[in-house]
Write a protein that binds this ligand. Structure first.
Ligand SMILES: *Cc1c(COP(=O)(O)O)cnc(C)c1O
Length: 401
């Protein structure tokens, strides 16, 4: 067993030059308290046992690995899916939200809060909070509230408080600011639960550790199914939590190629995509150092993708490190390729993927076509029910793609 997980991140939350906790002193102490509590709890037998029970009986884990016979026959190669769309609440996000709310309970917090853009993180948080009987405030821009009606209803039905953010552009960035303000007012009683492997240390490490279950399960399941390891593993990269989760299971297997897929949106011009590693450069945003898409004056660049879960100006620091080290290769898929894959998987296999996950499916199809003798495993991070109205409105039944 390699020492990778012992060495990275270091005690200050660095993966090589990336990561850290670039926050003011008040928040720095709070981050330290969270890190200490997490390290204690993650070694506790009771915590590990309870989390195992929750994963099995509440979340429905392990999620299956599935061989796409029809899709593989059509495009070539052998394409397999890790079915995180079958994880309770329909995506991988619940894996870390359950862990974060458990940590909040352990730390004696009275409330969990989070921001949400499209509402996916909000719904997963509301689900976890309901399970633990913990009050939950979700900050959401007014513009997003109007756009994401079904997710707003889901959060409310689950008992969460959806707090509209009414200043600035009234979208995700303002929701983050509002949630941070609320947190700073009462850090003793609140835990701010970050939605991906981003933010100041210890969040990138903690969220990775909670998502690692995906890769550990997938490696064992794939071996059992086929008697060998896949030639390649791929996942879409927004903040980077579902991808780091599956990659972690295979980091030590040097013969398994790892591919992270960034959203190329409408193309490579600034403002048309959210491919932070393909087009960005190192910088600090939201309390950590990583690749970022910034304007020449240092302000965050506007980003775009048809998948709202992928449009973020930065990426988890561990991905920046894995990219520089060469262990993971980062590639892109644009809106059109993702939409193609969305229809293709729906029609050949009867599985409607999230548009985010469709980016990884698109890359897998490309890889399979180029390598007809190889096997590629895709992390299907979520189901696409949330996307059907958006897709149908814009692309109909896909006739013109
Ligand atoms: C949020 C989301 C993503 C993107 O987040 P990561 O942290 O990059 O995994 C991907 N897929 C689905 C289904 C999501 O809901």
């Amino acid at each position: 067993m390699s020492t990778y997980f012992r060495d990275y991140p270091d005690d200050n939350g660095f993966f090589g030059p990336y990561g850290g906790a670039f926050v003011d002193d008040g928040l720095k102490n709070e981050m330290k308290r969270i890190a200490d509590a997490y390290i204690r709890i993650s070694k506790s037998h009771d915590f590990i046992t309870e989390l195992r029970q929750i994963r099995k009986h509440f979340q429905g884990r392990p999620t299956p690995v599935y061989y796409c016979r029809n899709l593989s026959d059509r495009v070539g190669g052998r394409i397999y899916l890790k079915r995180e769309d079958l994880n309770h609440s329909g995506a991988h996000k619940l894996n870390h939200c359950m862990g974060e709310v458990m940590l909040a309970r352990y730390m004696g917090k009275k409330k969990v809060i989070a921001e949400t853009g499209a509402g996916q993180h909000g719904v997963a948080m509301a689900t976890a909070a309901a399970y633990f009987g913990m009050p939950c405030d979700i900050y959401m821009g007014e513009v997003d509230i109007a756009k994401q009606h079904p997710n707003v209803l889901r959060m409310k039905i689950l008992g969460a408080n959806v707090i509209p953010v009414t200043f600035g552009q009234r979208t995700l960035k303002e929701a983050v600011d509002a949630a941070f303000d609320a947190y700073l007012k009462d850090p003793d009683n609140i835990l701010y639960c970050i939605g991906s492997v981003v933010g100041p240390h210890p969040f990138p490490m903690m969220v990775r550790d909670f998502q690692k279950v995906v890769g550990d399960e997938a490696r064992e399941q794939f071996l059992e199914m086929t008697g060998e390891l896949p030639d390649a593993v791929t996942a879409c990269v927004g903040g980077g939590s579902n991808s780091i989760g599956i990659f972690c299971g295979f980091l030590d297997d040097k013969d398994v190629a790892l591919y992270g897929v960034e959203p190329l949106g409408r193309g490579g011009n600034p403002g048309d995509h959210a491919a932070s590693m393909t087009y960005g450069k190192p910088g600090i945003l939201h309390g950590f150092r990583s690749y970022t898409l910034q304007n020449p004056d240092g302000t965050p660049m506007p980003v775009y993708s048809c998948a709202s879960g992928l449009d973020y100006q930065s990426v988890g620091p561990e991905h920046a490190f894995l990219r520089d080290s060469g262990r993971v290769e980062y590639v892109t898929a644009d809106d059109k390729e993702a939409l193609h894959a969305f229809y293709e998987l729906s029609r050949t296999e009867g599985i409607i993927p999230a548009i985010e996950s469709s980016h990884a499916v698109a890359f897998a199809c490309r890889y399979a076509k180029d390598h007809p003798r190889r096997a590629i495993l895709v992390n299907l991070s979520g189901r696409g029910d949330k996307d059907i109205d958006y897709v149908f409105e814009r692309y109909g039944l896909g006739e013109h793609l």
